[in-house]
Each structure stands twice: as C-alpha cells, then as structure tokens.
Design a protein around this ligand. Structure first.
Ligand code: PMT
Length: 397
C-alpha cells in the first residue's frame, strides 16, 4: 500500500485537503497528515485524524514518536509528499530550507516525489518573490499543481485558488506511474540556430523548456529518453542529451535514431528556412544594406511521418491566433498522431515562459483542451494521453 504524507498549511482552502485525503485513501493510499499551527485554525486535526485514521502531527516538541525524532520518522518510507494548500509563507520556507516547524523540518528529510499545490491571493502568487521561490522548488524536483483561476475568498479574481480535488489526486497518483517502462522516446527541444557567419545566426525565441518538461515527465514514468536539443539547459538526470544547433543537424540526429523509438515528440521550434550562404569569416559591416537569401530546411516531422512504421508521432503547432485549424492541417499533412497546438501570441504561454496553454488534436478532432498549466504539468498530462492511444501498446513491429 503506497504511503502519502499530506502537509496542510494555513489557507482557507485547507478544507479541500480533507477530501483529497479521503479520496486517496479510497484509492488505496495510506495517508498521514502533518499540519502547520496556522492550518489548525482552518480545519481541526481531529477532522484529518478521522479521515486518515492516524494521529495528526502538528507540534515538533510533542513526545511520542517511534525514535523520538518525529520529523525523520514522518519522512521515512513514504511514497509521496503532498503539500496542499501551500501558502506563500510555507513556499518561501521550503524554498530556502528553513525548518522552523514540524512540516518544514520534515520536508528536508523527504526523498520521495514531492507535490506542491499553491493557494493564495493572485497578487501574492504573482509577486516576484513567490514566483522565484516556486521556480526554485520546481528546479529541485517539486511538481507544482497549477492553481485554478476564479474568485478568491477576498473578492479578488485571478489565479490562486487551490487546484480542484481531482487534479490534486491525479498529481499524487501520477507519482506512482511507471507506464513508460520499456518504451524508448525521443523529444526535440529548443529553437534551431541557422548561421549567417561565425558570429551571427537566424533564430527564434524557443528556450527549450517545453521539450525538457516533456522529456523529464517521460523519464519519471520509466521511459528511456533521448533529448535532441539546441537549448543549453542543465541536463536532466538519467536522460541522454544530444546537443545540436541547426535544423539540418537536428534532422540528421533524429532520423538516424528513428527506427528504435516508440514515440517521437517534436517540441522544438525548427527554422523553416536557413541562409543560402554561410560566410566562413565574420561578414564586415558596410554602408550598404544586406539582403539574405533563404532556402528551405528539411521538414523533420514531415519526413518522420513519411517513414512511420510503429512509432507514435507527436508534433506541435506554434500559431498566432486560433491554432486549431492550423493544427488539424499539420496533423494530416505530417501524418502525426497528435498535434499540440499553442497560441504563442498570448502572454504567459508558448515561448520562454514556464507555463503553457495547449489544445491537442488527433485524427478525430479535439482530444484535449487544458487551462494554463506549468510546462511540467503539460508534459505529464501529454504522456497520459499518449499512453492511452490504442497504438501505444503495439510497440515495434
Ligand atoms: O521552448 P519553449 O520556450 O518552452 O517554447 C515552447 C514552444 C512554443 C517552442 C513549443 O510549445 C512549440 O510550439 N514548439 C513547436 C514550434 C514550431 O516549430 O511549430 P511549427 O508550427 O512551426 O511546426 C509544426 C511542427 O513541425 C513542430 O512539431 C515542429 O517541431 C515541426 N517542424 C517544423 C519545421 C521543420 N522544418 N521541421 C519540423 O519538424
């Protein structure tokens, strides 16, 4: 039976965590609860004790743990640590390793998957300090469950409401998923750079974040992952990263490895054109203008679609304006199984940022329409969608 340690902090949404504990217990989780002092002002420990059927832990000075070191006992042997709701204060303490109550002391001892569900006023969530703390925690491996948008208890409207109970339950369940064991997947990430001369290139704004999040989510679920990337982000643990720069290089690497893959996800922003001429030395500045002729690059996804045998092919569509029609066209033209469409003209989604809002089309039309989520969460959900495709179980012929 998997064990969850549920950390509850002092937010008005603490009552929702009672339902989360109850649902997870019904799904076979053993649930232990640690609360901050502030959380007990919103929901009594007795309520969580009733739902979890275990004593609830609040006070680091209380006697009675097995070893006398309660925070170590609580962190030991668990399969998941969920903090929901997570207030701005607790997020800051977790980010900076402060250990001034039982919950934050325990957090430092946890080596199991960690899930964080922020809930606070939209202005507090949006504050650069909170955002920086969330990025820090994410970089250290916490999975963030994106807060929902809506009206807050204070009357403000925006992002900051604790995610829905179903989303919290799904995030915890996802930490147990090993449905990609034995699968080989290749993900492309970042924007290609097409050189004009040794110092200049034509490029685009892709940071690689979307592709890295997809690759990391696949590895966490047991896949053998190759990441073909132009981005110079830190290499994720356990993933083979093949660095490339141009579309042609990306094409050559991916095509050479295509036969052995079960799934290919093309999240990279591949330049459609490259300069016809590439100067061997830095082109000198003159008083004249500079006209550059562009020639088409290979369309990698199209070629993969043409050579498809057993592979599942997932492409992206970066559009400005309604991306759905364009995505449907790309799906058919490139013989893809899914196209992840994002409108890159809307702030907060698409290039460079940590979040994305995507719609996904398959041969039958729209198969998913998700709200604004962290790219990590998009990656997790995308793999659940891919794993549910009928052709997923088939494997190499
Ligand atoms: O990297 P981030 O900063 O996180 O930003 C993420 C993203 C916006 C780059 C990502 O979400 C995204 O949309 N990636 C695809 C960008 C793109 O090239 O879209 P497109 O509509 O131009 O291409 C359609 C599909 O064909 C894509 O899967 C692309 O990888 C592929 N393609 C395109 C051109 C080409 N020559 N070869 C290709 O394989």
């Amino acid at each position: 039976m998997p064990t969850l340690l549920l950390g509850v902090t002092g937010g008005i949404a603490a009552f929702k965590s009672v339902e989360v504990a109850s649902r997870l217990r019904k799904l076979g989780w053993e649930v232990h609860v640690v609360m901050t002092e502030a959380a007990t002002r919103f929901v009594t420990p007795l309520t969580f004790q009733g739902v979890s059927r275990h004593p609830v832990h609040v006070d680091q000075w209380a006697a009675g743990s097995d070893s006398g070191i309660e925070h170590i006992d609580l962190a030991r042997g668990i399969d998941c640590f969920l903090v929901a709701p997570a207030t701005a204060h607790t997020i800051a303490r977790l980010a900076h390793g402060l250990a001034d109550d039982l919950l934050t002391m325990t957090a430092l001892g946890v080596r199991a998957p960690m899930v964080l569900a922020p809930a606070m006023n939209p202005k507090m969530l949006d504050h650069p300090a909170t955002q920086a703390n969330l990025r820090l925690l994410e970089a250290r491996g916490w999975t963030l469950v994106t807060p929902a948008v809506g009206e807050m208890a204070c009357g403000d409207v925006g992002s900051g409401r604790l995610a829905e109970v179903e989303d919290l339950v799904a995030a915890v369940e996802a930490t147990r998923l090993r449905d990609l064991v034995g699968k080989r997947v290749l993900v492309s990430a970042g924007g290609t750079r097409e050189p004009l001369d040794p110092v200049r290139y034509l490029g685009n704004r892709s940071s690689g974040r979307m592709g890295y999040a997809i690759a990391e989510a696949a590895a966490a679920r047991g896949a053998t992952v190759t990441l073909v990337s132009t981005a110079r982000l830190p290499a994720p643990a356990g993933i083979e990263v093949v660095p490339v720069e141009t579309a042609q290089e990306m094409h050559d690497v991916i095509l050479a490895r295509y036969d052995g893959q079960d799934v290919v996800v093309m999240a990279a922003a591949v330049a459609d054109y490259r300069p016809a001429e590439r100067y061997g030395a830095k082109r000198k500045k003159t008083t004249e203008g500079w006209t550059v002729e562009l020639v088409p690059n290979p369309d990698i996804l199209y070629e993969l679609g043409q050579r498809k045998q057993h592979q599942i092919l997932v492409g992206f569509a970066a559009e400005t304006g309604d991306p759905l029609e364009a995505a449907k066209g790309k799906l058919a033209r490139k013989n893809a199984d899914l196209i992840v469409a994002n409108d890159v003209s809307v702030p907060g989604q698409g290039f460079e940022v940590e979040t994305n809002r995507v719609q996904i089309v398959g041969p039958q039309g729209l198969v998913a329409d998700w709200p604004l989520l962290s790219k990590r969460e998009v990656g997790q959900r995308l793999w659940s969608l891919i794993a549910a495709l009928p052709q997923f179980g088939a494997g190499p012929v």
